[in-house]
Ligand binder design. Structure first.
Ligand code: FAD
Length: 311
């Protein structure tokens, strides 16, 4: 398997899928079936998320193992470091290592939901950068280490300059790629990428794309991450908000348009928050002519996502 940050060959844009551990055994089986099918779409890699505080950590590990060894998918395991037993963290890294997984998205983790004013419990792991350093110390260059980026800011830091400083520090400590929070404003994202480059952040920046399934989910997620929505999105989605099928069609077109803008600007890798569903993501990829069925070309390896370095 390839390490994500070391793929240099480029031709056409690449993409990746994010999955989370389902709550039930049946859900897990369904997801494996879906993973198997989505494998045929030719993702450069898939991500498996990590429950903050280590919730469902065993399942994340199992999914990473299955994706790598059973389905032959290049896998990136998410890992958080705060409010969690260190054994869980060590166990997950060891398992990922043994499964042949070479990519970790190193995160701090969301504060516990019930904590009003939250402070990390351990001094060793207070921020994502502590995890980046820990992985480097224990595994050298084995893992490519991704870090999270926030083109529209995040709850903890309202000061974008400070947030950018912290992002740069994570990269300087060993982060080899950045995956962003979801957004729907392409111009804002591209502007932010420019600022990252001005700051001397040179690693690939992968945009996080959230397909639109229903109006309610769209609204909920936008509120959750507090992201900006260009007015035209409301103009197009609002009139059809009670018709799920129309929302899916209009939402797909809007997301496709956004992705085209990113690709035209030289971003060559798209990361999809699939929410464990295949269809919405597949329709976007079909429209972008990125799926093998449409292009008729065989799956390419090594995968070209690292070329998103260009912007
Ligand atoms: P950090 O980079 O540590 O930043 C957290 C805050 O601390 C920021 O405001 C930063 O500016 C500030 N900060 C950093 N360093 C310092 C310093 N030295 N001094 C003072 N302040 C500092 N959560 C999960 O639980 N599981 C997942 O699988 C998961 N996947 C994610 C995937 C992506 C792409 C993204 C964008 C987020 C994901 N999250 C996940 C959410 C993430 O854990 C939260 O957003 C969390 O609140 C911040 O994590 P971080 O890694 O960005 O933290």
């Amino acid at each position: 398997s390839q390490k994500l940050a070391h793929n240099q060959a480029a031709s056409k844009p690449s993409f990746s899928f994010e999955f989370f551990p389902p709550k039930t055994a049946q859900g897990v089986q369904n997801l494996y079936d879906r993973m198997d099918r989505m494998h045929d779409l030719g993702p450069a890699f898939i991500d498996v998320t990590w429950g903050a505080g280590g919730r469902h950590s065993q399942l994340t590990c199992e999914m990473v193992n299955a994706a790598q060894t059973r389905y032959g998918l290049e896998t990136c395991m998410h890992l958080t470091c705060t409010d969690m037993e260190k054994e869980k963290l060590d166990g997950a890294l060891e398992l990922a290592y043994r499964a042949g997984c070479k990519n970790i998205l190193a995160l701090r983790g969301d504060p516990p939901r019930d904590a009003e004013k939250w402070e990390a419990k351990s001094l060793e792991f207070r921020y994502a950068i502590d995890l980046v350093k820990y992985i480097k110390k224990n595994y050298g260059d084995h893992f490519d280490i991704g870090v999270a980026g926030y083109p529209e800011g995040c709850e903890d830091d309202t000061d974008p300059e400070l947030l950018m400083d912290h992002l740069k520090q994570k990269v300087d400590a060993g982060g080899t790629f950045i995956v962003t929070q979801m957004f729907y404003d392409a111009d804002n994202f591209l502007n932010w990428v420019g600022k990252c480059r001005d700051k001397g952040i040179k690693v690939p920046i992968i945009p996080g794309i959230m397909p639109i399934s229903t109006y309610a989910a769209f609204e909920r997620r936008v509120k959750w991450v507090n992201c900006q929505i260009p007015q035209v999105w409301f103009d197009k989605l609002d009139p059809v908000k009670n018709d799920d099928s129309a929302v899916r069609d209009v939402g797909k077109d809007l997301v496709v348009e956004m992705c085209r803008k990113l690709l035209d600007a030289g971003i060559l890798h798209l990361h999809f928050y699939t929410m464990n569903l295949a269809q919405a993501t597949q329709r976007i990829l079909d429209d972008l002519n990125l799926t093998p069925e449409v292009t008729g070309t065989p799956l390419e390896k090594p995968l070209p996502w690292r070329q998103s370095l260009g912007k």
